[in-house]
Ligand binder design. Sequence first.
Ligand SMILES: [Zn+2]
Length: 579
Amino acid sequence: MLRTAALLILLVPAVAAQTWTEADTEAVTGNLLTLTFAPDLGALAEGEREAVAHLLAAGQILQELYEEQVHPDASEVRFHLDPESDEALLFRLFKGPVGTTADNRRVAFAERARPPSPERGVYPQGITAEEVEAYLAAHPEHRDDLLALRTVVRRAAPDEIARDRQTLEDHPSLAALHPRFTARLAALAERPDATALYAAPYAVAYADRVMVVRHHLLSAARAVEETDRDFAAYLRLRATDLLTGNYEGGDAAWVAGEFQNLNAQIGSYETYDDALFGVKAFYGLSLLARDEARSAELAAALTDIQDLEDRLPYERHKRVRSQIPVGVYNVIADFGQARGTNTATILPNEADHARKYGRTILLRYNVLTDPELFAGAKARFCAGVLPQHCDDLTLQGNFQRTLWHEVRHYLGVDRTEDGRALGPALQRSADLLEEMKSDLVSLFVAERLHETGYYTDEALRSVYASGILRVLQTVRPRREQAYQTMQLMQWNYFLEAGLLSLDASTGRLAIDYSRYHDTAESLLREVLAVQSAGDPERAEAFVERYTTWDDDLHGRVAAALAEAPAAGYRLVRYRALGE
Ligand SMILES: [Zn+2]
């Protein structure tokens, strides 16, 4: 996956007061970029327009559910919002009643909202990770349900149990689909135990609205069943997935289907918002219009992907899927977890689904090439490098580098030398190594793509410049920030190799492009070797070696980047929603 380099996710220890002030609001509104996505939908057939209307309606509901998953007071705050107020603007921007201050503290800005807490709206209020762990240790048989992707954890209090039993009575289909949960509730009702925890499937916890979402998906499916059979089949399966919490059917149809003009990411996939255990997926929906010409061009460029795999600097080359499901899209509207300025996604995350069906890559063209977002990126680049490099970065280079980053998740080491999965083998270094691999493969193969004529001289230079922008940091990353940490590692490696050097008089970086390919290759070789070995201590030593931070070098460049004229907050609006 790939997220835009948001300045907002760099958290700073909370030392300042935990109240939101007028000054905090002004710091947001004075540093806000508002974007409106408005792709041309003129080519859609009537049935497709009808499907769009249903999917937007489903998205609005998932937006609300997402806000409530993130904060237990979200619906109360939303109900009392004055649409013209600053509070409404903040609620929209931050997707709930908690904002991020200019110095990166998370603070509730709405009076009716409690301060933010790691349990969010998906664990009992006030619970700690230690308490959950203690319960799991005593009741290992409930571990899988309690830590499942798509369940809400509850205390077994009589009113909670009664409410969930009422839901099952109102929706007999849910009782039929969740027999184990139904039996557990019945057992708890007979022997109430206030110290016990239980896991309610999302479909039960949010039953009434999930049923409405399901209805919209089925209606959208009906609207396109004549013109887009694969998309209709996917929507029908996903409508059922939302009730079972098991997305395998919909994921298979999503990844393997050949859709026409529309695509949609629907349901709960990403776990970034679960601050307690990082295991709960939060709701979202992303409705996309396919750019057929750009998708076809991309598919043509991907035909030689096996050749690129065979050129990578490691021994155990694998067979790459000849058909990688990748498309270029324009965002019609995003909801919930998916809302923002994400440039691309690669899903599903569940390892079993990815292994069996592959993963679909969705490139968001109108985000990737938005002129104002690019102007901010370029301002940061130009603040960090010598003036003669500034114009090396072009919009197309940024797009190509992002595109190939996603495709590169398909290439390279996917198991250790002795056959273990990378995640459990490399533990907390697994994600950052995987992301660094993808970054470096896309830089390493650039030379080959230039030889084959895919990149012009100018495009190659721009891809390289984009690779430099990617690694520069505005603050020193914390070790648990996988993306920023691996970017800093590349920055340091590039310095060591002489690809980058600090111009002492200006405090800016000089780029020696003649060293680019060899530098990318040698670091990639090292990353692939660390992944192959599957030794977490070796990985940790590698991370440690390249995460040094020198205030006179990194700090100086970081300060220059932070000064660049680029908005810190981005509010996204959608024409399709009448905005
Ligand atoms: Zn990635």
